[in-house]
Design a protein around this ligand. Structure first.
Ligand SMILES: [Zn+2]
Length: 142
């Protein structure tokens, strides 16, 4: 082997690895855009492609302890986010098996012709993770 052919997502708009431009996720699979990553804003998504999992650890996030694995791009090995393996708090278990993409590690690819704003910071229901852009530490427990 030695050569990886990245999967191509044939859909109107996708997120891609900022290092190598491999497609990572469909915009349509994004569940929430109000997550806080280690490097700023992050997205919760249902499914990814061209991924591989790196080191797993228990991490104290704003909403409690979660077992997470680094989510890496299969092509260039960049860490683009993480996968939730287990949420220790029951109210957070909807995240298990889902992925967080760091906004700073991915970029938006619009396969359509019309311009679409990439800063669609739409709120989500229930007020989860609606931290705003304040200066709160990602490690702060609430
Ligand atoms: Zn990459």
């Amino acid at each position: 082997m030695g050569f990886i052919l990245p999967q191509y997502l044939d859909c109107p708009s996708v997120y891609a690895c900022s290092e190598c431009k491999a497609h990572i996720a469909r915009i349509d699979d994004v569940i929430s855009r109000t997550f806080q990553g280690r490097h700023g804003r992050a997205y919760l998504t249902e499914a990814v492609v061209n991924e591989k999992l790196g080191a797993c650890e228990d991490r104290l996030l704003m909403t409690g302890i979660h077992t997470v694995c680094d989510l890496c791009c299969i092509v260039c090995d960049s860490v683009v986010g993480w996968k939730y393996i287990r949420a220790h708090d029951r109210s957070q278990q909807y995240k298990e098996g889902r992925y967080v993409l760091e906004q700073s590690r991915i970029f938006y690819v619009d396969n359509r012709t019309e311009p679409v704003s990439s800063s669609t910071a739409t709120g989500t229901t229930g007020g989860w993770h609606n931290m705003g852009l304040g200066a709160r530490s990602p490690l702060l427990s609430r």
